[in-house]
Ligand binder design. Sequence first.
Ligand SMILES: Cc1cc2nc3c(=O)[nH]c(=O)nc-3n(C[C@H](O)[C@H](O)[C@H](O)COP(=O)(O)OP(=O)(O)OC[C@H]3O[C@@H](n4cnc5c(N)ncnc54)[C@H](O)[C@@H]3O)c2cc1C
Length: 248
Amino acid sequence: MARAAVSGRLTWRVARLVSSREENPSARTLVFDVPGWPGHLAGQHVDVRLTAEDGYSTQRSYSLAAPADGDRLELTVQDVADGEVSPYLTEGLSPGDPVEIRGPVGGYFVWRPADTAAPVLLVAGGSGIVPLMAMIRARREASARTPMRLIHSVRTADDRYYTDELRRPQPGLDVTYLYTRRTPEGFSRPPGRLTVADLNTNGWPADFAPDCFVCGPTGFVETAAEILIALGHDARRIKTERFGPSGG
Ligand SMILES: Cc1cc2nc3c(=O)[nH]c(=O)nc-3n(C[C@H](O)[C@H](O)[C@H](O)COP(=O)(O)OP(=O)(O)OC[C@H]3O[C@@H](n4cnc5c(N)ncnc54)[C@H](O)[C@@H]3O)c2cc1C
């Protein structure tokens, strides 16, 4: 499966929506049935293509939110205000509706449970949690013991993703939230963007040589990677995925 997931020719396949569920007020997880899906690795993404009746067509990339499950794929899409594609995916699709999907794409930003014993640091901004959640789920499915720490920056508690699943204790997985706009009651860190102290306190010491995966809006990813380097992490162990503009 792994070989097919990294190499292989990419062809467009018809995917039909099976179901969808709300993750937070601006994001939904979409479950698609994609006959003949070759499998994928945690961290990979797909291209989604929409074609209008007049032949106009456009495509966007979306990370796979969960490990491969036969012909079933899960994507989590955040509704970008005034976006061309994301509002259609989150609001315009009904069960049975088709889109085209091509993938899996990407062999760099991936984590395999059997790869290495190194601890893992996952740093996410907003919807950047999606491919990192696939890694957390892959770890759980494989009963891997790799210690993992997730640091997730969101605007408010209402903007968290996979909240119930991440609230359930998983041995060896630590989850830290950072809030940029408004904190829940009793939360001591004031609202604000990611800082050196956040990664120093809640990440792994550089001496532990963790594999670091950083994903989110472009500005967030660049800041996080710069801080990790400043904290002494090996640049070769920092893998990044940029989703697009930083937004406000
Ligand atoms: C490898 C990869 C994986 C991705 N995985 C995911 C994923 O799992 N979930 C997900 O929701 N998105 C993901 N994205 C982002 C996604 O591809 C689209 O860029 C996003 O859905 C916006 O598309 P749109 O057509 O709605 O907006 P567009 O019509 O392309 O843009 C509308 C406006 O929003 C701005 N904008 C574009 N993208 C973003 C963004 N990400 N954040 C804030 N503002 C933006 C644009 O500059 C423009 O002003 C991924 C991107 C990449 C490159």
